[in-house]
Design a protein around this ligand. Structure first.
Ligand code: UDP
Ligand code: MG
Length: 312
């Protein structure tokens, strides 16, 4: 059996169409399946659309507020009972027609089948920042990420179980998928514009996401901070030694404003920078130690109220 997990936030207009397409694709494949919609605190008619299509093959969960796409995906994975799970967006940017290809590769023996977005036709204004992000990410991190490889993928039961054993709260799913490993293959699809509604990711949210990704997956920024401090310390010591020798030979000169100001600025900025990095990790520890559930369900197609996160 195949489970299809779809996180949705204010996608009321897209849900009926997506549902229909999934039904027809799965009918052609003649496989048993379930579609699980996770309503991530929508404020439009999303929930009532979900109630309409709920049935033996369609179930849903609805969060009490917006917990983020990552939490929605985790909730879907916890609920899914299939031998393989397909994760896809609810805005038709992830074409359901690709489902058969995903399943084909899964049957060929792959545990992760990634549908990679071909970015060639995207505007440069979106391609450039994401290129920068991946360069930075791959420079600082131990897991390697590929631009265009998003959440649209099929993962086998083994991978699902592996992901669910991770208890951390900040789930940078792209990184998690790579981190768990297993054998993976990639298929490509063309970028499509959103059918309706609008993308919820603005530049600031994307920057937040990038910082999450970088700090969730490595400790290298801490090390950069350490090396920077070391270099500055060495330079300072060398300069102090130079001044000492200079004074010993030529006597005291008029102290220059420039050197004082320059060293103040330099040291001040490096300290601030380092504090920022340390603060990032301290904040992360703070969030993890609270160990809050990753989401709270207000309604589900089984009409039960449960708390996600650590009920295992
Ligand atoms: N989404 C969600 N919670 C959020 C933001 C987005 O469940 O807080 C869903 C959204 O409904 C869509 C998918 O995640 O199905 C991708 O979102 P979006 O299209 O806004 O992202 P983009 O395609 O622009 O990266
Ligand atoms: Mg989208």
């Amino acid at each position: 059996m195949i489970s299809i997990v779809v996180p949705v936030l204010n996608e009321a207009e897209n849900i009926p169409g997506l549902h229909e397409e999934i039904v027809s694709v799965m009918a052609v494949l003649g496989r048993s399946y379930e579609t699980i919609f996770i309503d991530d605190g929508s404020t439009d008619a999303t929930l009532s659309e979900l109630r309409k299509i709920a049935g033996p093959e369609v179930s849903y969960l609805s969060f009490s507020r917006n917990f983020g796409k990552e939490a929605a995906i985790i909730a879907g994975l916890e609920k899914a009972s299939g031998d393989a799970v397909i994760i896809m967006d609810g805005d038709m940017q992830h074409p359901p027609s690709l489902i058969s290809e995903l399943i084909e590769q899964y049957e060929a023996g792959f545990d992760q089948v990634v549908a990679k977005r071909n970015k060639a036709r995207e505007p440069l204004s979106r391609r450039l920042p994401s290129k920068l992000f991946y360069q930075l990410m791959n420079f600082t991190s131990t897991v390697h990420l590929e631009d265009g490889e998003g959440d649209f993928r099929l993962i086998s039961r083994k991978v699902v179980d592996a992901i669910l054993t991770l208890s951390e709260n900040n789930r940078f799913s792209k990184g998690i998928f790579e981190w768990v490993g297993f054998n993976k293959t990639v298929i490509e699809f063309d970028h499509i514009e959103r059918e309706s509604g609008s993308s919820t990711f603005n530049p600031l949210k994307l920057l937040d996401y990038a910082i999450d990704g970088i700090s969730a997956f490595n400790h290298r920024p801490l090390r950069v901070c350490f090396y920077l401090g070391l270099v500055v310390l060495m330079a300072s010591l060398a300069y102090i030694f130079y001044m000492f020798v200079n004074i010993a030979i030529h006597g005291v000169e008029v102290p220059g404003y420039f050197t004082i100001i320059a060293s103040l600025l330099l040291l001040g900025s490096i300290q601030l920078f380092s504090l920022g990095i340390i603060g990032e990790y301290v904040g992360r520890i703070y969030i993890e130690t609270k160990n809050r559930p990753k989401y709270i369900v207000r309604e589900s197609s089984e009409h039960e109220t449960e708390q996600g996160g650590h009920h295992e």
